[in-house]
Design a binder for this molecule. Structure first.
Ligand code: PLP
Length: 422
């Protein structure tokens, strides 16, 4: 059953945007054109979503004006009594939503949350075991272009060549060989549930911390559609955007015993003033995520992804691991004679907006699709089957066919406006 949450609330044309259009037409034009782009092409980027009008209202509120270094009740600025209420609400709601003893809602992004987790638990030069970047590790899991690869000694585990699943034997072997200070589980394109209990077991065997970077599945976890790392990981890092559908930002969860170290690692170690408008918007998103409607959305996201993955396979496109448990699909179009980069360009021209992704053991890149945004719009399995057909047609379309497909995609998405009434 399609679930429409973000769009359920009709919003009036915003007086703030009208004022902006008079004062700065150049930027107002960008905003209007981007809103139109989001509404008339298919948003299949696995990390994106349509946050609710209530979240957008908190983001565009005067809380953006307030300086608030420190934590509620212990700020370095005067006048924080009211924003303290917002941050306490955000913290309490995050703890309740995920069943965690401690939450820090200040990280400016997912990467900032990971940086703070490392800062709390590690010293420069420490060894960390994480999914290797060619298999789906994030930049913050040891990329040489990122602080993580520069400051820590990352060792990468991979996935099984045949099944595409995490190779737990390799994780255990590497953990015993390199004795890491921390093990990181979490990925930008792994489409299956992560077996946190198994990672915990290996971490305990070698005396390592377990850090779960659950940026992608956190919204599914909130809605009860994916297993939670909270009972197993020492620290859970996440984003509040992506499937969770809140504002862009980060979140950290941990047990009481690490609470103080985590808080100090965020402020003052890696960040300055907290962004109170974003924190208020996180509180709004956590409240939304605790509703039965959100749980229904999270389950529909997975049902849609399964349907889309099956549709892609029917069209002859290889799907990594043979399917998905989550919102995320890794697809290898090379069997259809198109590499991921070419596919991304052709699909975008036909109104299907998605990313490329690494293909384990492949020389070319694949494509990554996600169903969070289209599910928020209210699409269901029937629309996923249609998207799979458009996907396959777009890989080969030329000339006028591209325009025809673009119009078909716009017609489909036009029936599911992300913000009805705007
Ligand atoms: C998205 C993501 C991040 C980073 O989030 P940003 O907000 O873009 O910094 C970190 N780790 C993983 C696994 C992610 O998927």
């Amino acid at each position: 059953m399609p679930v429409r949450t973000a769009g359920a609330q009709r919003t009036e044309a915003s007086p703030q945007l009208d004022a902006l259009a008079r004062q700065d037409p150049e930027i107002a034009d960008v905003i209007a054109a981007e809103a139109a782009r989001q509404a008339d092409s298919l948003q299949l980027i696995a990390a994106e979503n349509f946050t609710s009008p209530a979240v957008l209202a908190a983001l565009g509120s005067p809380l953006a004006n307030k300086y608030a270094e420190g934590y509620p009740g212990a700020r370095h600025h005067a006048g924080c009594e009211l924003v303290d209420v917002a941050e306490r609400l955000a913290v309490d709601r995050a703890k309740a939503l995920f069943g965690a003893e401690h939450a820090n809602v200040q990280p400016h992004s997912g990467s900032a949350a990971v940086l703070a987790a490392y800062a709390a638990l590690l010293r420069p030069g420490d060894t960390v075991l994480a999914m290797g970047l060619p298999y789906g590790g994030h930049l913050t899991h040891g990329s040489p272009a990122n602080f993580s690869g520069r400051w820590f000694d990352f060792v990468g585990y991979g996935v099984d060549r045949e099944s595409g699943l995490i190779d737990h034997d390799e994780v255990r072997r590497l953990a015993h060989e390199v004795r890491p200070k921390a093990i990181v589980c979490g990925s930008i394109c792994y489409p299956r549930h992560i077996d946190y209990a198994r990672f915990r077991e290996v971490a305990d065997e070698v005396g390592a911390y377990l850090i779960a970077d659950a940026a992608h599945p956190m919204g599914l976890i909130a809605g009860g559609a994916a297993p939670s790392p909270v009972p197993y990981a020492d620290v859970v890092c996440a984003t509040t955007h992506k499937v969770l559908r809140g504002p862009r930002g980060g979140l950290l969860l941990c047990g009481e015993e690490l609470a103080e170290r985590i808080d100090r690692a965020v402020f003052p170690f890696t960040q300055g003033g907290a962004q109170m408008h974003t924190i208020a918007a996180k509180a709004v998103a956590f409240r939304e995520a605790a509703t039965p409607e959100f749980a229904a959305y999270a389950h529909q996201v997975v049902a849609n992804a399964r349907m889309l993955a099956a549709g892609l396979e029917t069209e002859g496109c290889t799907v990594l691991t043979g399917g998905t448990d989550t919102h995320l699909i890794g697809a290898d179009p090379t069997g259809l004679g198109v590499d991921g980069r070419t596919a991304r360009g052709r699909l975008a021209a036909a109104g299907l907006v998605l990313d490329t992704c690494a293909l384990p053991y492949g020389s070319a890149r694949g494509v990554r699709l996600g169903t969070a945004a289209v599910t928020t719009q209210g699409m269901g399995e029937a629309e996923m089957a249609r998207i799979a057909v458009l996907f396959a047609a777009a890989l080969y379309a030329e000339g006028e066919e591209v325009g025809t497909l673009r119009a078909e995609a716009a017609e489909l998405v036009g029936r599911f406006p992300p913000y009805p009434g705007q």
